[in-house]
Ligand binder design. Sequence first.
Ligand code: PLP
Length: 421
Amino acid sequence: MTKNSELIYLDHAATTPLAPEVLEAMLPFLREEFGNAGSIHSKGQSAKNAIEKARRDVAEILYCEPEEIIFTSGGTESDNLALRGVLENLSPRPVLSNPAKAGEEGNGSKVGKRESKNAHLIISEIEHPAILRAAELLKKQGIELTKIPVGKNGIVDARKIEKAIQSNTKLISVMLANNEIGTIQPIREIGKMIRKMNQEQRTKNQELIFHTDAVQVGGILNLDTRHLKVDLLSLSAHKFYGPKGTGILFARKGTQLAPQILGGGQERGRRAGTENVAGIVGAAAALKLAENSREKEFARLSKLRDYFVGKILAEIPRVRLNGDSKNRLPGNANFSFFGIEGESILLRLDFAGIAASSGSACASGDLEPSHVLTALGIPREWLHGSIRFTLGKSTTKKDLTRVAQVLKKIVVDLRALSPVE
Ligand code: PLP
């Protein structure tokens, strides 16, 4: 990867640069291999073959069947398809103007059999807005919604999820790792509990479906869907050195999804629209590449992150690390600095050639404190002074030493200007 010597990029959770090998794999499909995968002729067939190879490559990494892979336009669409796809299929037809009456209307489809009670959705409080907003919309449409709080360490307790399950619960969605504080959630533990409940306590009709938003972990954690015991899993290629605008949704065989984008029969009728061939090829190439170095990169980044966190906590007064110190993504360091504004720190860092984030990319620009940090119960004086550094392939120890030096000076300068004692 070419490294811009001017810039120290520590915002890999927002996005990653396209790997040169991935670009190479994509180029033919942006040039001579321009066929529509739906066409019968040879140009169309070579596009179709490339998509099907990409599907097999992704399936191998996720330990699933190729037919269980759906290509989408990104993590946001995968999350929306998982939540809305499952619940719009299974629940009674929602009535937007009067949620209280939602249960009285059927959706008329055979799959969407009327039930006496509206379906119930469980999510964690610290999900990405792609899940939160979709869940809130479903709630307006009559779905019962429970948000499970996290502990002070930013981790969801599997027992709280278990306690929240009701007879009408259909879907549980918990992210594999949080995008702001990097905390890794006990997905396998929750998955095991759900499978056990399905086997022992629930009829086929009542089976619980388990989704995880794994957008932050591609190329970092194991994506074996059998091990994780999930039914649905979302990924986004631009988080693992692939192209923006391409996502993946794993949907276990038998999981009924109402398509959210209607049109042609692409993706086995689950997601209409002419396929983004170059994007799909790029997503698979990126995932394969990232998977090949996953374990080595995990160890390298963990070591670098520990060095950086240790240095910041030791050298800067009144700073705290947000989220569990061990059970977090190897490249994530999220700090709060007492009494100063994260945005001011960010601007000064940017001026010094350092790119970081003051929250999730999607939430920044928003002056409200992040819902994730709020969920951790962080006191007000600390809440606005948070900065997320996310390390990646190009990060070196030398970079981090420089960032620590610059950051220390910025914090001293801003505190001298701050009215908060
Ligand atoms: N889920 C998580 C956890 C994310 O971090 C993001 C992006 O930041 C998304 C979903 C949305 O993915 P995309 O940017 O591909 O729409």
